[in-house]
Design a protein around this ligand. Structure first.
Ligand code: PEP
Ligand code: MN
Length: 338
């Protein structure tokens, strides 16, 4: 339930409402937008006497939120979420989050070389899997902790922040210490224990959409993280499984405006895993930026033919540079900067 209050409402009214609702066993979240103060009640709202609250001084409106996600809902938080690391805005306020790098970290030289090149092309984040969720147990599983150390070296060498996938609760502490943005991959989108633990961290979480997840299921996964106190969730549309076989997945481009309507959380697009095809990275990136995505995560490899994972969808650093240059005017046309 949402209770909208006037911006200049007496602080006592806010406290009174909060207390009354909390006494009934519900949780109250407070958000302030440009126009109003919003109190969101979470729990069994049927026990709340709506009329009584409506009649309090300073209350503009009371409405029931029928969606199962609450903290992730735009109704609870009308303005777009801006995510910062320290004082630095990493996403929101018109700034596109540009993440680039190899599917998997393969060696220190490889990851540092790619990091330097994508940085020169405007990326602010280096991606690279150290722990890889592979369909086959016989496929390359990633360099694990060694890979993480290589990512740290690349960060030291370039200043890029690192984004990498957390697969197990066992690695939570290491990731909390060493990683700037923690990715939760498509296959773990509904690993609820992992989501709850990620919700206890004070770190941005990049939450990829599950391979066959509906938008509501995806937002419920974000809700798991947020319900534990971490509101720094970045959603990532990476294509969904459909009957189409010419592409690896089908990029659900409509998910971007839909998420923007339903939620205040930022959404970025992964054109690499969506298409599975190198040549399609550019058109999908353009579509994503034009439709209002808040960033892109792109697989870039210095030698795609020899990549240990996802070479077919990886572009070279030169291709990345060209694509970013062609994206700039599109970004500007929707008031975004790269
Ligand atoms: C990845 O980003 O390397 C990855 C495995 O992505 P997804 O979880 O979207 O398949
Ligand atoms: Mn990959």
């Amino acid at each position: 339930m949402i209770i909208k209050l006037k911006k200049d409402v007496d602080e006592k009214v806010i406290l009174e409402i909060k207390e009354k609702i909390e006494e009934l066993g519900l949780t109250v979240v407070e958000n302030t937008s440009k126009e109003e103060i919003i109190l969101g009640a979470i729990g069994n709202t049927k026990v709340i006497d709506i009329e009584k609250i409506k009649n309090l001084d300073g209350v503009i409106d009371v409405c029931v939120v029928k969606e199962a996600y609450k903290r992730a809902s735009r109704k609870f938080h009308p303005e777009d979420t801006v995510i910062k690391i320290g004082d630095e805005v990493i996403i929101g306020n018109g700034k596109l989050m540009m993440i680039a790098g190899p599917c998997s970290v393969e060696s220190e030289e490889q990851v540092i070389e790619i990091a330097k090149k994508v940085k020169a092309s405007g990326a602010k984040f280096l991606r690279g899997g150290a722990f890889k969720p592979r369909t086959s147990p016989y496929a390359f599983q990633g360099l694990k902790y060694e890979g993480l150390e290589m990512l740290k070296k690349a960060r030291e060498a370039t200043g890029l922040k690192i984004v990498t996938e957390l697969m197990s609760i066992d690695d939570l502490e290491v990731f909390e210490k060493d990683v700037d943005v923690i990715q939760i991959g498509a296959r773990n989108m509904q690993n609820f224990d992992l989501l709850k633990k990620a919700g206890k961290l004070n770190k941005p979480i990049l939450l990829k959409r599950g391979i066959a997840a509906t938008i509501e299921e995806w937002l419920m996964s974000a809700e798991y993280i947020m319900s534990e106190g971490n509101s720094n969730v970045i959603l990532c549309e990476r294509g969904i499984r459909t009957y189409e076989t010419t592409t690896r997945n089908t990029l659900d481009i409509s998910a971007i405006p839909m998420i923007k309507k339903l939620s205040h959380l930022p959404i970025i697009v992964d054109p690499s895993h969506a298409a599975g095809l190198r040549w399609m990275v550019e058109p999908l990136s353009k579509a994503a930026v034009a439709i209002g995505a808040d960033g892109l995560i792109i697989e870039v490899h210095n030698n795609p033919e020899k990549a240990l994972c996802d070479g077919k969808q990886s572009i070279t650093p030169d291709m990345y540079d060209d694509i970013v240059n062609r994206l700039r005017p599109i970004a500007e046309s929707v008031d975004r900067i790269i």
